[in-house]
Write a protein that binds this ligand. Structure first.
Ligand code: GLC
Length: 665
């Protein structure tokens, strides 16, 4: 059952696809008060109450004990002190004395104080907001109701379930070909190579550097012939330059964000002075989406949308003020206070609330300050592209994922979790993020495997890939200047080959479970207590997950660990996989175990009564042989498995592609 009520006059986010009447009185769950013109929703937390959700946010699976401010933030310093990351995913489930879900639908900031100020209280503060309270018989049923409310999740082409190699630093065609050769020579599977900002000319969206990539169409075609797709990045901001058609067309039509008087508001990102497409104006959004044609026409079928919180290095107005201030300082002997003022003048330029307030959108002819609709920017950038793809080739699936997001964007694309670091704690955080994102509909999701910032190590990369085998987006990506982390550059090549091969062996399962979860509004990654709600021990487990209906995973995420403790909430069959086609099985009773896991293997657990289809590892998704599947089984009677057998490219065949296969014990 869903009840909706309203506080203030919320901006229409289009997060939901079902209409509900507004219930006049606040729901009985909350006491509602007002603070500085905002509404505060309070709920007393009992000792046993846990709070799940909030998408990709910081900290663990149970969000209790911290304060979270959902206001999309471009900041690579991801750590426990943070309150906002790149996405605003305002859905939670309270589970304990009572179990219910709440979605705070607001384009503006929403603050979730989940036992931070008062350990025994949940207090959510929002200004103009539609609140949906969802009741059902279990956490999974609540999530399902919510997912029906927000509409079906995006399904990418099947090749996007292969492995992707990325790095900020592939400068030219030769670099891309070197990466491809590195994989082929070592017999490592690969489906995608990503192109970061260096492929563009002067960081101009939809351009290709003529010397670095003299013939992108040919490069894309050559790689496609080998089963590999090129995936370029698209940034939100458009360089200001005379003669650059995207800039000129946008300016001529009033498609960029402005100041409060309607004059283009100049901000700087990679290319220097730039303009932000006004993606909240449907006409401008469609226009920006149609620019992707320049690359689609060259054989590109996938994109990652970046810097769309939107990231602002500085605005020209505020930079001038800061530089004037610094120039005005006559005394060059700065004490700590004077020096702090100088640092602040520069450091406060980036992503400043003043710029977000000064920037305006044109919505139905009305000027709206960006600050109030901030969380919708990345969502609508992605939506513009997705809607254009549908025009470009209506039945074809394209790969699309974004850094910034809001619920609703899950219908148009996936997300990645932004600039994490090559730290063991970030591998663990990645595990906790997956179910949160799933609850909010972002099924096609993943982190930069191996870590984005700082230097990775061979063991961290192996362990992270071993977890990445299960994440729909399986991409290794790192920042400029960090240690190179292409798997073929490390010593234990066979270990990497085996781990990557396991992804392909498990792909029939992973893809089938993904498709079913997307079509039916279910979760792919489930915390243990979502499946075993009465198991108190299960509720404390934060580093094991169910993946689909048959498998439980327990990734190793500690340096130098020879294995890990695993809790089995029921009898299961442990699979120890040493290569996609080499594994051993062992039945384990419900309980606690220490299980050794070598760096070159993965373990997972098959639930009683279920089966898992396995293919032979293949060089890419297109060459997987899915007509000769073998099965991992933990059954004593014939069991039906629904296998996704669609063509992997079209949208229309997905539902019909699900076929029932009966597996004998
Ligand atoms: C941002 C992205 C990162 C990318 C970099 C350069 O930091 O999050 O993935 O590599 O920009 O484009």
């Amino acid at each position: 059952m869903i009840k909706k009520y309203r506080y203030g006059s919320p901006f229409p986010t289009e997060a939901t696809v079902q209409e509900y009447p507004v219930t006049p009185a606040p729901d009985a769950y909350f006491t509602q008060s007002e603070k500085d013109g905002a509404a505060v929703f309070r709920y007393p937390l009992g000792k046993e109450d846990a709070v799940f959700g909030l998408g990709e946010q910081v900290r663990g699976i149970n969000k209790r004990g911290w304060i979270y401010e959902n206001y999309n933030a471009d900041d690579p310093n991801i750590n426990e002190a943070r309150v906002s990351l790149y996405g605003a995913h305002n859905f939670i489930v309270v589970n304990g004395r009572k179990t219910f879900g709440v979605f705070f639908d607001s384009a503006d900031k929403v603050t979730f104080d989940i036992g931070y100020t008062d350990p025994d209280e949940l207090a959510v503060t929002a200004k103009n907001v539609d609140v949906y309270i969802i009741e059902a018989e279990s956490i999974l049923a609540i999530v399902h109701e919510f997912r029906m409310l927000i509409g079906q999740s995006y399904i990418p082409p099947k090749w996007a379930f292969g492995y992707g190699q990325s790095r900020w630093g592939y400068k030219n065609e030769a670099d891309i070909r070197t990466v491809f050769e590195g994989f082929r020579k070592n017999d490592f599977p690969i489906d995608m190579i990503y192109m970061d900002i260096d492929y563009m000319l002067d960081y101009k969206d939809f351009t290709v550097h003529p010397e670095r990539f003299p013939d992108l169409s040919k490069l894309a075609a050559d790689l496609k012939a080998e089963g590999v797709y090129l995936v370029p990045i698209i940034d939100a901001a458009v360089k200001v330059q005379e003669g650059y058609s995207v800039c000129e067309e946008g300016l001529a039509n009033g498609y960029f964000c402005t100041d409060s008087e309607g004059k283009p508001y100049v901000v700087a990102v990679w290319p220097g002075e730039s303009l932000l497409p006004d993606v909240l104006n449907p006409e401008a959004r469609n226009w920006f989406g149609s620019q992707y044609k320049a690359l689609l026409d060259q054989g590109i079928e996938g994109f990652w949308n970046d810097m769309n919180e939107p990231a602002i290095f500085y605005s020209t107005g505020r930079l001038a003020e800061a530089l004037d201030y610094i120039a005005s300082i006559e005394d060059r002997n700065l004490d700590t206070h004077a020096f702090n003022k100088v640092s602040y003048a520069i450091n406060s330029l980036q992503n400043s609330p003043e710029d977000y307030a000064a920037l305006h959108h044109n919505v139905d002819g009305k000027r709206i300050s960006h600050a109030e609709v901030h969380n919708l920017y990345g969502y609508n950038m992605t939506r513009g592209a997705a809607e254009y793809f549908e025009q470009y080739c209506p039945d074809r699936r394209y790969l699309l994922f974004s850094r910034a997001s809001y619920i609703g964007a899950h219908r148009y694309g996936g997300i990645w979790t932004g600039d994490n670091s090559s730290w063991w704690t970030h591998l663990r955080h990645n595990i906790a993020q997956m179910p949160g994102m799933d609850m909010c509909g972002f099924l096609y999701a993943g982190a930069d495997l191996g870590g984005h910032c700082y230097n990775t190590t061979e063991d961290l990369l192996l362990r992270w890939l071993a977890f990445g085998v299960f994440t729909p987006l399986m991409r290794n990506h790192a920042t400029n200047g960090s240690r190179e982390q292409e798997p073929y550059l490390f010593k234990e090549k066979r270990a990497f080959k085996n781990i990557l091969g396991m992804r392909y062996a498990l792909l029939p399962y992973l893809y089938s479970e993904f498709v079913k979860a997307a079509l039916r509004g279910e979760m792919l990654f489930k915390p243990l207590c979502f499946e075993y709600p009465d198991d108190k021990r299960a509720k404390t487990v934060e580093d094991q997950l169910f993946v689909g209906n048959s498998i439980m995973i327990a990734p190793v995420c500690e340096q130098n660990a020879a294995g890990r403790y695993v809790y089995l909430p029921a009898r299961m069959k442990m699979i120890r996989m040493r290569a996609g086609d080499r594994y051993t099985e062992r039945v384990l009773e419900k309980g606690e175990y220490y299980i050794e896991v070598a760096l070159n293997e993965i373990i997972f657990f098959v639930r009683e009564g279920t089966v898992v289809p396995l293919a032979k590892p293949a060089p890419n998704v297109a060459s997987l042989d899915e007509t000769h599947l073998t099965w991992l089984k933990f059954i004593d009677a014939p069991t039906v498995y629904e296998l996704a057998t669609d063509d992997g490219f079209t949208r229309s065949g997905i539902a019909e592609g699900l076929v029932e296969v009966t597996v004998e014990p």
